[in-house]
Write a protein that binds this ligand. Structure first.
Ligand code: PRP
Length: 180
């Protein structure tokens, strides 16, 4: 797919091979970081993280549980006052667990900072963050990220789980959406 049905052109930013190679490196680092625990639960934030988490957990050399959350913010998510709405919560009891949150992309940081605040109330033993993509130039709220796949410029991207108006999640690479 080089053009969306809505007419925007796509320009490859990160290839399938580059993603696979980076995931191998991240998985090695994550496997080392958690080698002393058997309490790891990896939580994917839906929908965007579904491809990344599927590939990442299959590269982990660890006992690992997988769970998912779907959240959205009320009103304008650009505002830090936006309230987090849980559409689907995790099913795992997180008390004393080592949580690794998996995101596809961190932009302003509002979503993640609210998810972190929420999950900390569940009294985990530890909570760390792994994101495939990071847009540092867009940050409005500080978030400590433990593992970043790629820092990217402030461009609209799709593919590998990430959508543009719900299109493009099935692309095997990450592409920039070029508006006409
Ligand atoms: C995206 C992404 C993050 C959030 C990042 O989700 O998956 O959760 O936006 O933005 P922020 O740092 O500015 O809060 P989106 O709301 O597009 O939903 P999706 O995962 O279902 O595609």
């Amino acid at each position: 797919m080089a053009v969306l049905v809505t007419g925007e052109k796509l320009e490859i930013l990160i290839t399938e091979a580059e993603i696979a190679s980076r995931i191998n490196t991240l998985a090695e680092q994550i496997s080392t970081a958690y080698e002393q625990t058997n309490q790891l639960v990896v939580i994917g934030l839906l929908r965007g993280s579904f491809v990344f988490i599927a590939d990442l957990v299959r590269c982990l050399d660890l006992p690992v549980e997988v769970d998912f959350m779907t959240v959205s913010s009320y009103g304008n998510k650009m505002k830090s006052s936006g309230q987090l709405r849980i559409i689907k919560d995790v099913e795992t009891d997180l008390k004393n667990r080592d949580i690794l949150i998996i995101e596809d992309i961190i932009d302003t940081g509002h979503t993640l900072s609210q998810v972190i605040s929420l999950l900390e109330t569940r009294k985990p033993q530890s909570l760390r963050i792994c994101t495939l993509l990071n847009k540092p130039s867009r940050r409005e709220v500080d978030v400590d990220i433990d593992w970043v796949g790629f820092d990217i410029p402030d461009e609209f991207v799709i593919g590998y789980g990430i959508d543009y108006a719900q299109q493009g999640r099935n692309l095997q690479h990450i592409a920039i959406v070029k508006k006409p």
